[in-house]
Design a protein around this ligand. Structure first.
Ligand SMILES: [Fe+2]
Ligand SMILES: [Fe+2]
Ligand SMILES: [Fe+2]
Ligand SMILES: [Fe+2]
Length: 433
């Protein structure tokens, strides 16, 4: 295991970007939607003279606004310009954000980001006032939808069409004051080019300002827990999986004599190990049997996407390899890199064991989890095939009850959160019916 004893310090924006970039990988039609909504919301906030703090909040809210749209069908449906039925995804997104203190302030903006201006201006929805930020997000979201997959030059040519579509909805879908701010922004080619080529120009890229907000190990742990819920809640088959893997991996790291900091990082790696599943349509995760060869291949891409998302965060070097290597095997027959024993650190071996252990012992809607003898039989048969590390499996076997208890407790806590969120969303949907 890599010797890391110092605590982590990572810009919050890097973590949010790795989430929004992975969500947008799910389909080419989503292009750069989350990144773009963040940029447009930030630009509108600047145009309106909002404070630095409000601008940053709008940027983050834009980057995360559709985290509650958990399936590909949901996300693609949101790309129709005028489709504004009750938005369960906005409520789900808000409830997920409320789970993590430093981002809880964004929840209200996200909750109402599809409310029409005519319905929400000065009015209350669900007993709450619709904040200005929601209206800004709504406009930014619809601008991004109109841009779609256009490239830079095409975009400049189409600006008058986009302005006309937005103008037409002024006072109905959008606040006239916000439409005016957008019209001023839209006169500048630089605004559109910044969207077409984000991040290329330090003078344009507002993310530079966002990097000053940093999270330490505890903060990253809290945010990773929220990310794990977003990953897991997409499928009722694996609604608590990452929590179980994280708890098991942390316990194995502790039993191996690792430092408190390393154990915390192992937990973060466990919470994020299946992050790349965000790039796999939820419809596939909900289809446990009869997958086609293409569908199976797409699911197997998820660890590659986990690596791509996490490797951009430099202090995450160990976390990235521990998390992203969980389907690699000692004999080199895993995927996607086919690393062999020499390439796999103790941390990667722990994660692989915890992933298999959790997968076979957790209950799923279509089968009960295995009991101790059956689980150990599977784990030792994988050891005999040189797939899993024998020492880590021995460590698990000699501390089986402890390992199983931390796994069960962590998954029980996740189930309670899952039920709470789905219950609240169901109540909201019933209120709209
Ligand atoms: Fe949305
Ligand atoms: Fe959106
Ligand atoms: Fe996995
Ligand atoms: Fe997993």
């Amino acid at each position: 295991m890599a010797q890391q004893h110092d605590g982590l310090s990572v810009p919050l924006s890097d973590l949010i970007n790795c989430m929004s970039d992975t969500i947008d990988l799910v389909s080419p039609v989503l292009a750069d939607h989350h990144n773009r909504v963040g940029l447009v919301a930030h630009a509108l906030a600047c145009q309106l003279g909002l404070t630095e703090e409000e601008r940053i909040d709008l940027h983050f809210a834009g980057n995360l606004h559709d985290i509650g749209a958990l399936s590909l069908t949901d996300r693609v449906r949101l790309l129709s310009f005028e489709g504004c039925e009750p938005h369960q995804h906005a409520e789900t997104g808000a409830l997920l954000l409320e789970m993590f203190g430093p981002l809880a302030g964004l929840a209200e903006m996200v909750r109402f980001h599809h409310v029409m201006w005519a319905d929400g201006a000065g009015e209350v929805q669900q007993g709450k006032t619709v904040p200005l930020g929601s209206h800004i997000l709504h406009l930014a979201d619809r601008i991004s939808v109109l841009i779609g997959t256009m490239d830079g030059i095409n975009l400049l040519v189409r600006v008058p069409d986009i302005r006309a579509r937005i103008d037409k909805m002024s006072g109905v879908m959008f606040s006239p004051v916000l439409v005016e701010a957008f019209n001023e922004l839209s006169c500048r080619e630089s605004f559109w080019l910044g969207l077409a080529f984000p991040g290329r120009s330090p003078s344009f890229d507002p993310r530079a300002h966002l990097r000053s907000i940093r999270l330490d190990t505890d903060g990253i742990l809290g945010l990773s827990r929220m990310f794990a819920r977003i990953i897991d809640f997409r499928s009722r088959f694996t609604a608590t999986h990452s929590s179980g893997v994280a708890a098991g991996a942390e316990a194995l790291a502790r039993l191996s004599g690792r430092s408190t900091e390393e154990c915390a990082q192992m937990r973060i790696a466990g919470l994020l190990h299946d992050l790349g599943k965000l790039a796999v349509p939820a419809e596939l995760l909900e289809k446990p049997a009869d997958l086609t060869a293409e569908e199976r291949a797409l699911i197997r891409c998820h660890t590659y996407f986990t690596r791509r998302a996490l490797e951009n965060i430099r202090p995450f070097e160990a976390i990235t390899s521990w998390g992203a290597n969980h389907h690699e095997r000692i004999d080199g027959k895993g995927y996607p890199y086919h690393f062999g024993g020499d390439d796999l650190s103790d941390g990667s071996r722990i994660m692989a064991v915890s992933d298999v252990f959790t997968a076979i012992t957790e209950d799923r809607p279509y089968r009960a989890g295995m009991d101790r003898p059956s689980a150990l039989k599977v784990l030792y048969s994988m050891v005999s095939q040189s797939a899993l590390d024998p020492d880590m499996v021995d460590l698990l076997a000699s501390n089986y009850d402890e390992l199983n208890t931390v796994r069960v407790d962590a998954q029980r806590e996740a189930v309670m959160e899952y039920s709470e969120i789905s219950g609240k969303v169901a109540v909201m949907a019933a209120g709209h019916a």
